[in-house]
Design a protein around this ligand. Structure first.
Ligand code: 1GP
Length: 252
């Protein structure tokens, strides 16, 4: 079954429904863990599964994605840290441009190199303006990208960056404090960006408590991404899902 992932994200946003994505890092998982996660995410009615990581040292991305797809009907979206992280077995791919940094390779260089095989993959490609926000300590993404994150209190930089991405035609904004960030993104910055853009807003990095996920959604995030906290304690999935899905639906 082909999912229309972007359309579903946009429709949910238009209805004011918030969404939860659980991030699975192929380096930190095995068959048993995947089986457990797919069962729990299906029960908890998680909306999307993201697969990827900043490094991905292991060589079993295809296997991981195939096992998830065998167990679950939740759409699988690749969240690639490097251009090699493409699996035709997934449903979609966040085509990330690191717009908060000034590293030309991550803005466009690697896209040029990977474009032909990304196109051939047949995946749904979702052009994403990826903004790394300072999460209080260096994270793998800030180190690997060799790019300075946006300071956590500089809302105006975040707004202008997101606006530029929207006007360039990008389909999503992903604000990320980085995996395992000490501090998740503050609601003030989320609200400031939300007020200026129309496209869906994804927020992740360092979200450990369901309350934080709820507050981020109330501030204007449309899709919350949680990885580390769930890796450490998979029973959080249900609480995270309840928190995100309990945000009151706005009347149109
Ligand atoms: C990282 O936004 C994701 O890119 C998720 O972060 O692992 O800290 O939840 P966590």
């Amino acid at each position: 079954m082909k999912h229309q992932i972007y359309e579903s994200i946009r429709t949910r946003k238009q209805r004011g429904q918030k969404s939860l994505a659980v991030l699975i890092d192929p380096d930190k998982t095995d068959a048993k863990k995947i089986d457990e996660l797919t069962e729990l995410t299906s029960k908890a009615l998680v909306d999307y599964l993201l697969v990827g990581g900043s490094l991905v040292i292991s060589n079993h991305l295809d296997e991981v994605v195939q096992r998830i797809k065998k167990n679950s009907t939740i759409p699988v979206i690749l969240f690639p840290g490097t251009p090699s992280q493409v699996s035709k077995f997934a449903d979609g791919l966040l085509y990330l441009s690191l717009i908060s940094g000034r590293n030309p390779e991550l803005l466009i260089g690697q896209h040029v190199i990977s474009a032909p095989f990304v196109k051939q993959s047949g995946l749904e490609i979702i052009s994403t303006g990826y903004m790394v926000i300072d999460g209080g300590a260096p994270t793998t993404v800030s180190y690997i990208s060799n790019a300075t994150p946006i300071p956590a209190d500089k809302n105006e930089i975040a707004i202008c960056t997101a606006l530029a991405a929207e006007m360039l035609g990008m389909k999503l904004i992903y604000m990320d404090a980085g995996s395992g960030a000490r501090k998740a993104i503050h609601e003030d910055m989320i609200a400031a960006v939300r007020a200026q853009i129309e496209i869906p807003l994804v927020v992740g990095g360092g979200i450990r408590e369901p309350e934080k996920a709820y507050l981020n959604c109330r501030a204007g995030a449309d899709l919350i991404v949680v990885g580390n906290a769930i890796e450490k304690n998979s029973s959080l999935i249900m609480e995270m899902s309840d928190a995100v899905h309990s945000v009151p639906v706005l009347k149109p």
